[in-house]
Every structure is written in structure tokens, then in C-alpha cells.
Design a protein around this ligand. Structure first.
Ligand code: C2E
Ligand code: MG
Ligand code: MG
Ligand code: MG
Length: 283
């Protein structure tokens, strides 16, 4: 009897697993279709100089627009897109779309506005990666130095030799490199020995706990100093409150990003921003 119950339990569990697998496959089919249907859209979040309050760059953030008009956040589909390999063509589309847009914005506004694009491990490790970045820059006319490629620290764990080699090639082309969510990975400091970067992005969890946690304050200050000593630009992410902005400025953090200084917006929003007002209003 106990055995029967156990068996039933296993069956329920297996059915649940099955549903999950089917769900994932369906999602992957939907994502492939979405790419074909051009159903992905990019939003752009301003990166602001905390000294001048000027927008110095925008970070491209991908969304999936479903048929009913809802925007699905990247956290729900980047993982599955990586699993299925779709991240490679999707990532290439993101890069091309963003570079074309920013090249036009730079040309029409005359502003020296940079572009940050997130890339995933799978994308960097795919064989055509470096070439595709080179092609996109050539096609769009965007200067390599206007592009920053953001990678997570985990990129150096899976296949460090190849990843470092690819990213170093990009850097030799003049593309800037940023480590995203800095301070959250294992051995954050040791990564800086293996890969030369131009930018560190302080994870929002540090900014959130500034002041309520002395250790976090100390660590944040240390990352900012580290950036200054290494000649690496530091960007604080997730600035939501005026007091956070104030504290980061006091600590000498040069750049910031967050809902307080600018929300992710559609391309039209950036066009309005660079067309006239370039100072973030909240500052
Ligand atoms: P990320 O690169 O660290 O991007 C910053 C995320 O923080 C964005 O979420 C942004 O909307 C959000 N954010 C910005 N300011 C604030 C704030 O003040 N408070 C809070 N709570 N959040 C803020 P999003 O757009 O949902 O993207 C999540 C993650 O998905 C990104 O984290 C990035 O790792 C990934 N992602 C986004 N776009 C792409 C892409 O084009 N390619 C790849 N491979 N990954 C992407
Ligand atoms: Mg990022
Ligand atoms: Mg990221
Ligand atoms: Mg981040």
C-alpha cells in the first residue's frame, strides 16, 4: 500500500515534469516564431553622469511584445533562448537594431552618446561572435568606441579561455567592455586579472542597502576606489531614491543608472531626449 502511494507520488511528479518540459518546448517554439515575426523590441535606459547630470549613454534592454501587446521582461525568455541556442540570432538582432538606432541618434543630435548592449555567455562562445560585432559596426557606421559590451561575471567561469580571447579581440577593435552586476559573482576581483575591462557596473543590491548596512557601504566605496585606481569607469545601477543618489555622489561615483535618473524607454523616448533636453530631470 505504501509502495502504491509512493508510486502515485512519482507519477504525479513525472506528469509535472512532463508539463514543464512541454511548456519549455512551447516557449522555445514561440520565441523562434517571435524572432521571425519581429516581435522583439528594445527599450533604452539612460546612463547619466553624476557630475554633470547629462545622459552619456543608453543601455539596450530587450522585451518580447506578445500579440496582446504585453511586454514580456527578459528574465522570462533569455534563459530559454540560451538553452535553445536562439540567443545567437536574437543577440545579433539586438546588437544590429541598437547600433543602427544609436548611430542615427549620434548623427542627428551631434551628441557623443554611447551604447551598452548585454551579451550572454552562449553568444560570446558562439563561433561567429567577433565577426558579427565587426559586421554590425561596419553596417551601422557606429564607431567601436561608442559601443560597450556588458557581460556577467559568470562568463569567465564556463569557458574562460575562449571567452577572454573573444572579449579581448573586441577590445582590440576598440569596443569597450563592462562587467555587469559587479560584486555578485564568485571571485569578482580575480576576474579583473584575467580580463581587462573599461567599466564596472555596481549591482543594484549594493545601492539598495547603502546606509542600512555598514559593510555594503564599505564595499561600495571600495568598488568606486578600485575603479578610480584601475582607471575603470564605475556605474551604480538601481538608483531609485534621492538619498542613494546623494550618497553615491559623495562617494565619488561618476555614473549612475536607475528609475530615479531615467527609466527604460522606447526608442521614441530617447529621440525626444537627445533631440532637446539631455539632462535627466530628476537630478
Ligand atoms: P541588467 O543588464 O543588469 O539590466 C538592468 C536591469 O535593471 C533592467 O531590467 C532594468 O530595467 C532594471 N532597472 C534599471 N533601473 C532600475 C531601478 O532603479 N530599480 C530596479 N528595481 N530595476 C532597475 P530588465 O530590462 O528586466 O533586464 C533584466 C536583465 O535581463 C538585464 O540585467 C540583463 O542581464 C538581461 N537582459 C536585458 N536585455 C538583454 C539583452 O538584450 N541581451 C541579453 N543577453 N540579456 C539582456
Ligand atoms: Mg546590463
Ligand atoms: Mg546583465
Ligand atoms: Mg546589472
Amino acid at each position: 500500500r505504501a509502495k502504491g502511494q509512493g508510486g502515485g507520488h512519482v507519477e504525479v511528479y513525472a506528469a509535472h515534469m512532463h508539463a514543464q518540459v512541454v511548456g519549455r518546448l512551447e516557449l522555445q517554439t514561440e520565441l523562434r516564431q517571435a524572432l521571425a515575426d519581429r516581435a522583439f523590441v528594445l527599450e533604452y535606459q539612460p546612463v547619466v553622469s553624476l557630475e554633470t547630470s547629462r545622459v552619456t549613454a543608453v543601455e539596450a534592454l530587450v522585451r518580447w511584445r506578445r500579440e496582446d501587446g504585453t511586454l514580456v521582461p527578459p528574465e522570462e525568455f533569455i534563459g530559454p533562448a540560451e538553452e535553445s541556442g536562439l540567443i545567437v540570432p536574437l543577440g545579433e538582432w539586438i546588437l544590429r537594431e541598437a547600433c543602427q538606432k544609436v548611430a542615427v541618434w549620434r548623427a542627428t543630435s551631434g551628441l557623443d552618446i554611447g551604447l551598452s548592449v548585454n551579451v550572454s555567455v552562449k553568444q560570446v562562445l558562439s563561433s561567429g561572435f567577433v565577426q558579427s560585432v565587426e559586421d554590425v559596426l561596419a553596417e551601422s557606421g557606429l564607431g567601436a568606441e561608442a559601443l560597450t559590451v556588458e557581460v556577467d561575471e559568470e562568463i569567465l567561469l564556463e569557458n574562460p579561455v575562449v571567452a577572454v580571447d573573444r572579449l579581448t579581440k573586441l577590445r582590440e577593435m576598440g569596443v569597450r567592455l563592462a562587467i555587469d552586476d559587479f560584486g555578485m559573482g564568485h571571485a569578482s576581483l580575480s576576474h579583473l586579472r584575467r580580463l581587462r575591462v573599461d567599466e564596472l557596473k555596481i549591482d543594484p543590491s549594493f545601492v539598495r542597502d547603502l546606509d542600512s548596512d555598514d559593510t555594503v557601504t564599505l564595499l561600495t566605496r571600495t568598488i568606486i576606489r578600485l575603479g578610480q585606481d584601475l582607471g575603470v569607469q564605475v556605474v551604480a545601477e538601481g538608483i531609485e531614491q534621492p538619498w542613494q543618489l546623494r550618497r553615491l555622489r559623495e562617494m565619488g561615483c561618476a555614473f549612475g543608472q536607475g528609475f530615479l535618473v531615467g527609466r527604460p524607454m522606447a526608442a521614441e523616448g530617447v529621440e525626444a531626449l537627445v533631440g532637446g533636453e539631455t539632462s535627466a530631470t530628476a537630478l
